[in-house]
Write a protein that binds this ligand. Sequence first.
Ligand code: HEC
Length: 232
Amino acid sequence: MNSPTSTPSSSPGNDPRSRGRPAGVKDLAARDPLEHVEPGESQRPISLMLVIFLATLFSWAGYYAHRYGGGYEPLIYNENAYGLAAAKTNAAEKLDPYALGQRVFGNTCARCHQPDGLGLPGQYPPLAGSEWVLAPGPARMIRIVLDAVQGPIPVKGATFDNVMTPWRDTLNDEQIAAVITFVRTQKEWGNTASPVTPEEVAAIRAKTKARSAAGPWTVAELQALPDQEPNP
Ligand code: HEC
């Protein structure tokens, strides 16, 4: 922009084209702006910074969608699905199992047992006030969440004969312990049983590994068990 040719209004004495002209001869050309229109660049390349910025933005967006998209699965959101053990490394969740339990319940159990834990008459049994949930020990409930239970099953005086999904392969020990603790201690539902630890879940998971291939538990099998695990 400081080049002399682009500043026609600058003093003629400095203009290289007027050098050698006799003094007093006006350099009219220098005053005519049209004579001095420089050809401008008609195409400018996109700024490299902009290209880098957009590339970074798109890669980040792709990564974000992949990482947090839950596989675009509308019903099941599992933060471990892609091998990123978020629940294991997330210190905040470790400190607050209640929040984890609430989230797991909302994402996995509530669609059948309903957000208020009351279930749906004739289809899904209630967890609020259920004798299966409120048993003094969690041995049966841990098995139900790991491998599910098949009806007919009596719950609070009604009989249910539907299908529950097993969670052995989807939820880890922390998540199962947290959701069972959340359900057993949910005071708004009148549930005041004892909490459950990930270690208790891990012990029963290992002990029932072979049994899980046979499908959901039957009511008879569960009732034959002591509700407190003998050696946790
Ligand atoms: C696909 C629907 C479905 C989902 C999801 C589901 N359940 Fe169930 N659950 C059932 C059904 C149905 C039964 C009764 C079994 C039957 O009818 O065959 C049952 C039974 C139970 C029982 C024993 C009966 C009772 O009401 O106390 C417990 C405890 C239980 N579920 C807990 C859970 C928890 C905790 C979760 C979430 C991790 C969960 N369920 C997710 C459908 C579901």
